[in-house]
Design a protein around this ligand. Structure first.
Ligand code: EPZ
Length: 419
């Protein structure tokens, strides 16, 4: 097992290069199942979830060469429509292969991803859509077994809840078909838009008809292509907090400022001075932190994936702040660990009340999910003394070279192996 050890109090300086987006790479990798010709993906982050998705695609008939952050994807002559539990259980985005498999084979057997620390994370909306477009979906021994029952050429579907994954499943299962599908009340996260851009570049016909509605005119086949994955906006937001929490100016490079508008506005509200240097870079200049009341909502609102990181920062904001987690039912697991470091946080249902204090004390803490882990790293950067973070495999799922990037900016942080 490995753990991260941080000596708190070091100031940061310099700049950090932001990697490609994990949550854009995963649906785009699933989309490669729709395309037989060669695909080159650039700016793919080298993180565990990507390697798991690559292994899953290789069991489904893809051949994938990885060179640094570039993936070359070609097709073997051994396709399969069976996505096994061992690979899907650790990476929930495995469910995203069901749409392409059904589009290609009219059948699929995909392991249910199972819940995770932040909530049950059901896939009922994914399956509602697949039933609507003509597939019969049964859950048998932990697998979704789907097969074509009927065909309809014109379909309209309203999402009862805004869901990133279900929107991606609807798009992935409709673009290689003879259908015309209208989707209403879709998620419009930049990662969903990146998937749409990728598919349209490959030959699909997906057009927005309103802010949260689009029409997909299915096509017969898709062309191979070269594509650059968008920058990871959540990684960028995370390092903006690292700059603010250590009261050090930091420059972020290789970002997409337009995707960070909502995060930048909130950080300005709590007192940070954010200088836009170009549409691909910004500088965070710390300021006196002010408390805030905020809730997590679908894009373009404040993202749930930044909730834990913001909480670690609000610990030092004067006054009382409040965060309402409106997306997931159990995304406050990091609070217990922050309290071990001396944070004054009270939880009532899906609301966290954070009372501003002057300092945290380093402690032994435990990571529980990807974003909770990074919030503990952020707290450790500024806590008095040493913080040790266990179960850092959560971090390795979604942050490329996190320790190296922080160390290069002056943080006293290292990974050690423990028995
Ligand atoms: C994606 O998860 C992201 N993961 C999550 O990031 C992110 O937190 C989430 O979107 C919200 O932005 C990837 O893109 C790989 P949802 P997803 O479907 O698609 C409920 C991270 O840290 N729901 O938008 O699973 C669901 O339970 C991860 O990088 C249903 O009820 O999220 C949740 O309450 C964590 N039925 C809400 O909708 C369904 O069929 C939003 O979930 C699907 C979802």
């Amino acid at each position: 097992m490995k753990k991260i050890v941080i000596e708190g109090g070091a100031k940061l300086q310099g700049s950090i290069n932001i990697s490609g987006s994990k949550n854009s790479s995963l649906p785009i990798l699933a989309a490669t199942l729709l395309i037989d010709e060669k695909i080159i993906l650039n700016n793919v982050p080298n993180v565990k979830d990507i390697l798991t998705m690559v292994s899953l695609l290789e069991t489904l008939g893809k051949k994938i060469k990885i060179k640094n952050n570039t993936l070359e994807i070609t097709s073997t002559n051994k396709p399969s429509y069976f996505a096994q539990y061992e690979l899907v259980k650790t990476m929930r985005a495995g469910i995203l292969v069901i749409g392409p498999l059904l589009a290609k084979f009219n059948m699929a057997k995909v392991s249910l991803p199972g819940g995770c620390a932040i909530g049950a994370r059901p896939v009922d909306i994914h399956l509602d859509f697949l039933s609507k477009i003509g597939y019969e979906n049964k859950v048998v021994k932990g697998y979704v077994v789907s097969k074509k029952k009927f065909s309809k050429n014109k379909i309209s579907f309203f999402f009862k809840k805004i869901s990133v994954g279900a929107t991606e499943t609807a798009i992935l299962s409709s673009c290689l078909s003879s259908k015309e599908v209208k989707l209403i009340n879709i998620a419009i996260e930049p990662e969903v838009i990146d998937l749409i851009n990728f598919l349209n570049r490959s030959g699909t016909n997906i057009k927005f008809i309103a802010k949260r509605s689009l029409i997909i005119k299915g096509v017969k086949n898709l062309r191979g292509l070269k594509y650059q994955i968008m920058p990871d906006r959540i990684e960028a937001g995370t390092y903006m907090v690292a700059s603010a929490i250590t009261n050090s100016p930091l420059i972020l490079k290789n970002i997409s400022v337009v995707h960070l508008k909502n995060i930048i506005n909130i950080f300005k509200k709590i007192g940070l001075n954010i200088k836009i240097l170009s549409d691909r870079s910004l500088k965070v200049l710390p300021g006196r932190l002010k408390s805030i009341r905020i809730k997590t909502v679908p894009y373009p609102g404040f993202p749930t994936d930044m909730q834990a990181q913001l909480m670690s920062l609000l610990i030092f904001a004067k006054g009382i702040s409040e965060i309402k987690e409106d997306i997931f039912e159990n995304r406050f697991l990091h609070v217990l660990e922050l309290q071990r470091m001396g944070a004054k946080i009270e939880i009532k249902n899906n609301k966290a009340k954070i009372i501003g204090i002057d300092y945290l004390s380093g402690a032994q803490v435990m990571a529980t999910d990807l974003r909770a882990s990074v919030c503990l790293v952020l707290a450790g950067l500024v806590a008095h003394g040493k913080t040790e973070i266990n179960r850092i495999y959560h971090l390795e799922r979604g942050y490329e070279n996190l320790v190296k990037k922080l160390k290069n900016c002056g943080a006293k942080i290292k990974i050690i192996n423990v028995r």
